[in-house]
Write a protein that binds this ligand. Structure first.
Ligand code: AMP
Ligand code: ZN
Ligand code: FE
Ligand code: FE
Length: 280
């Protein structure tokens, strides 16, 4: 049987709902041979995931998902095969998580200006008290739990989406800084879900070309929000700039209509190519 991987998975250490152990167990059930754990701004799930994978015949690829700013918009940059134990790297991630906490407080302040009062303590009850990152999906969940919105999507549309009144930017990194941060620990920097990029001012091809010149090495061609036409377009762009190709479900556990883990499976050859491009 040909080996397959899902290269974009979140755990409850960031804004997924499954523990690292549950992610590993579920991934194995889905017949995956490898998964990349790519939590937002934290690598705290990687050690427990590797531990849980022992004896299960599934490979854990250490990853991360960073946010960078591109012309006022946010883009996400995945890092693969990073040295997740590097102390300097962990420190930088901890700083990014602090920025996230301040930003979450700021979003709650903006929400209260909109007449929606939420408590930070309640948010942390959802996000978790241990190491990890807090983000907008947690705030969306709290809005839903408190009956302020009818669904998660509504929370983004009405309040915290990129163009909504309580949105607050968090990023401190340029795309180059994000790519450099990943490469500084031997990793491979990959542009995540390119369909979320704002292409009003410039075609995607030109944006990706510029990002490649700044050090982005790959592009996420396959993703649960990409249709076949999207993936074809992104594959052509990847070929044009000689970029690596990745794909993953971007599973956040429960909360969507279905659990996405394993819904995007890419051939294991892509993992081998990523490994070869990684520096350590
Ligand atoms: P953050 O990193 O805190 O800005 O949150 C980003 C996360 O919020 C993404 O990874 C998604 O899980 C979620 N998200 C962003 N926009 C939307 C949206 N329009 N609908 C649902 N989830 C979203
Ligand atoms: Zn997320
Ligand atoms: Fe993302
Ligand atoms: Fe993600």
């Amino acid at each position: 049987m040909n080996k397959v991987a899902d290269l974009h998975v979140h755990t409850n250490i960031s804004d997924g709902t499954f523990t690292p152990e549950k992610v590993v167990e579920y991934a194995r059930m889905q017949g995956l041979d490898a998964i990349a754990i790519t939590d937002h701004d934290t690598c705290a799930a990687i050690a427990p995931a590797i531990e849980a994978a022992k004896g299960l015949d599934i490979e854990i690829i250490p990853g991360v998902e960073l946010t960078a700013e591109l012309d006022e918009d946010e883009i996400h940059i995945l890092g693969y095969f990073i040295d997740w134990r590097d102390e300097g790297f962990i420190k930088k991630l901890e700083e990014l998580c602090k920025v996230r906490e301040e930003r979450a407080r700021e979003i709650l302040r903006k929400l209260s200006e909109q007449g929606v009062d939420l408590r930070y303590d309640d948010l942390i009850d959802i996000a978790g008290h241990g190491p990890g990152s807090v983000g907008r999906l947690h705030i969306a969940n709290l809005l839903y739990q408190k009956g302020k919105v009818s669904c998660i999507r509504d929370a983004f549309t009405k309040y915290i989406g990129n163009d909504s009144p309580a949105y607050v930017k968090k990023f401190k990194l340029s795309p180059k800084e994000a790519a450099d941060m990943i490469k500084s620990v031997g990793g491979v920097a990959v542009l995540a879900h390119p369909n979320t990029i704002n292409t009003e001012a410039m075609p995607l091809k030109d944006i990706v070309g510029a990002l490649a010149a700044e050090g982005i090495q790959g592009i996420e061609v396959y993703h649960s929000d990409h249709n076949a036409k999207d993936s074809r377009e992104f594959k052509e762009i990847a070929d044009e700039f000689k970029l690596l190709i990745t794909g993953g479900s971007d599973c956040h556990g429960l909360g969507k209509k279905e659990v996405l883990l394993g819904k995007v499976k890419v051939p294991y050859e892509l993992v081998e190519k990523l490994r070869q491009a990684a520096q350590f």
